[in-house]
Design a protein around this ligand. Sequence first.
Ligand code: GLN
Length: 476
Amino acid sequence: MEALTAEQSIAAITSGQTSSEELVEEALRRSEDDPWGAFLALDGERARRRAKEIDAAAERPPLAGVPIAIKDVLSTRDLETTAGSQILKGFRPLYTATCIKRLERAGAVVVGKTNMDEFAMGSSTENSSYQLTLNPWDMETVPGGSSGGSAATVAARQVPWSLGSDTGGSIRQPASLCGVVGMKPTYGAVSRYGLIAFASSLDQVGPLARTVRDSALLLSHIVGQDPRDSTSLDWWKPIEVPDTERLDGVKIGVISEMLENGIESGVKSATEAATATAAELGAEITEVSLPSSRHGIAAYYLIAPAEASANLARFDGMRYGARAAADDLLEHYERTRGEGFGPEVKRRIMLGTFALASGYYEAYYARAQRVRTLIVRDFGEAFEKVDLLLSPTSPTTAFKIGERVDDPYAMYMSDICTIPMSLAGLPAISIPCGVADGLPVGLQLTGPAFSENGLFSVAHALEQAIDFDALPETLS
Ligand code: GLN
């Protein structure tokens, strides 16, 4: 069976050509055969039962029983949720994340949980303490991260779409490396209730899909205020599925800092070609500078670890998941955390604890927060001149497995183009814009807060005009 997009799946179910049961069965078949290591767990029994219920229901829900995969950082009741960490091995949450509940209510069927960097810390999914995930375009390369499993499964056409989470780039960068669409909504658009926290002022849940329209459709079902997350926003405007063709009058600013050093030439030329396409569609193109964005990585690697060091304090071996045997309480904590956390997580806890320590707080954490404010201001000034910003998503295409594992700095640079938007809480989308040396290149569009509909419109028009050959089905 040809792998349908979510939109095509809904149409096929609605017209009676197929059923949710058939599509879920097909998704499970494709997901069981998983040479990419995209999944940590499948939930076949429940998925089949849900599909049957939806097919038998008097009224078909809007998502009609289409299968979906979920990053393992989102809590699923009774289904193991590990966040890629040994410390949560065997953890079965008592509740399901709000965003998943909303999707299930709308008729999506969860088929399984996808692999990720431990606690979403990483850019290649190599920090998962369970397994590697391979990029379906080239199995010697990484799928990006931390939502690598969610990106790979969509690229490999196991499922039409998935959920990921993005703190500094974790949806957009793997989407870029795997040639799929990935979207980080405005901070607060999607409830974080049930999302295992990494850096709470940055974490957002968002969609990965093969098309911009599917991404918009998925987001439309998860946005909205949730009394269980006080940072979730009252979403007054529904997300619309776009059908724009032209970009007349749209002002696009190309971020000058993001076409400088460190951007691979193939990425640069694909970005320039996409910019030319936007101009052909009628957009007005200018160059825009975000001078403080060059300090984004430095600020992020103080703020995110600081928040992580506090958030991860709860994993003490008492409340969740794995627990080490010990004679006294202190030894119990030390052994559980010593054995349960991997090296990158430990590095960040130490970094964050140090940055928050009295005497250092002002020099590191408070300073990083001030840089964050400067970055927010740069974006504010840019959006006085243009409607949205354009840049590469990732400075490079997919890199080789192992290439950056011993060099945290090189790994951190993977997010040089995505972190500034995260620090400013802005919505941003990555769409495939070309192929360089056989690997996909992602284009990032960023808009002001709450500009999701505008972003999707422009992304859709560009997606239609860009000649991107997705991975042939025969290869996947
Ligand atoms: N790669 C970045 C990090 O390691 C971003 C991760 C994310 O967005 N969760 O922190």
